[in-house]
Ligand binder design. Structure first.
Ligand SMILES: Nc1ncnc2c1ncn2[C@@H]1O[C@H](COP(=O)(O)OP(=O)(O)OP(=O)(O)O)[C@@H](O)[C@H]1O
Ligand SMILES: [Mg+2]
Length: 279
């Protein structure tokens, strides 16, 4: 595991994920990510902010090595997870090693019940029946709404309920790092808060690290310890919520939302010590 690093006089959390100078090309011709670098400190919530087509999903899929199905390849750079280079690792091995992804669009098995979806979440780890039962019970404690819906077909759940199920299904494998792609997409503001609250709770209670791609900068910054901006396949800047909000043009460029949203982000106070931007 990576040791803690010291930048100046400040101690920085050990790194669970390091993406260094990564380039991704789709179909041998479309350059989607160009020399992108970022880090996730162990036990932290990091967000990737950026507009449509900026490259957020591509980065997440590069990390969990899911680009192959779309003829995408990492053509330069490296990805390190828990101190090991995993740039071309088998995705199933990554899941077994605690790196899990909730894909964009909350992919649940529509014809299976909520509980059957949760059981499917264990397919890479294969626990004993009683361990799996305990794990599913843990999810019902975290998401009480899912307990009430456990026999319902996932296809009949609301968008927010499906998002919770998609997250819970991934959590059944007891990940150390969760990659979460656009959890707020299509959800009412109240639901978005609920989803981010469960992310915070898992982070604080179980120490799970999160890398979250999000367009809703106002909400994401209220929960993140650190944020990176993705633009055109690059990360031109990053920092703590407070650092980004202090930048002159940040509000105009990334917080186009309501005055309420802007206020919420402005008073955002991450509840862990903030990490220092490296590099
Ligand atoms: N399967 C693919 N084949 C070819 N090009 C792709 C593919 N997937 C994404 N791209 C291109 O790569 C770039 C980055 O797309 P990506 O989906 O990573 O962006 P994003 O930041 O997740 O956007 P959004 O917020 O809309 O989800 C875009 O220009 C997109 O058109
Ligand atoms: Mg995307």
């Amino acid at each position: 595991m990576a040791a803690s690093t010291v930048v100046g006089r400040e101690a920085v959390a050990p790194t669970i994920l390091r993406v260094s100078d990564v380039e991704v090309v789709y179909k041998k011709s479309i350059l989607a990510v160009r020399g992108l670098s970022l880090e996730v400190g162990e036990g932290s919530i990091v967000v990737l902010l950026g507009a449509n087509g900026a490259g957020k999903t591509t980065v997440l899929k590069a990390i969990s090595n899911l680009l192959g199905a779309e003829s995408g390849h990492v053509t330069r750079g490296s990805i390190e997870y828990r101190g090991k280079v995993v740039t071309h690792a088998d995705p199933a091995d990554l899941v077994r090693d605690g790196l899990a992804q909730v894909l964009e669009g909350r992919r649940c098995f529509a014809h299976l019940s909520v509980e059957e979806n949760l059981v499917m979440g264990d397919s890479a780890t294969r626990r004993t029946r009683s361990d799996l039962k305990a794990e599913i019970e843990r999810m019902y404690v975290l998401f009480p709404r899912l307990r009430d819906l456990r026999r319902r077909s996932a296809g009949f759940l609301s968008g927010g309920e499906q998002q919770m199920l998609a997250i819970a299904r991934v959590l059944v494998s007891r990940p150390k790092l969760v990659l979460l792609d656009e959890p707020s997409m299509g959800l009412a503001p109240q639901m978005v808060e609920e989803v981010f609250e469960s992310v915070r709770e898992l982070n604080q209670r179980s120490g799970v690290s999160f890398l979250v791609a999000e367009q809703n900068a106002a909400v994401a910054l209220a929960y993140a310890h650190h944020a990176y901006i993705v633009e055109n396949g690059r990360v031109p800047r990053g920092g703590t919520a407070a650092e980004l909000l202090a930048e002159d043009d940040f509000h105009a460029l990334y917080l186009g939302g309501s005055a309420d949203d802007r206020e919420r982000a402005a008073v955002a106070r991450p509840r862990r010590p903030e990490f220092t931007l490296r590099g």
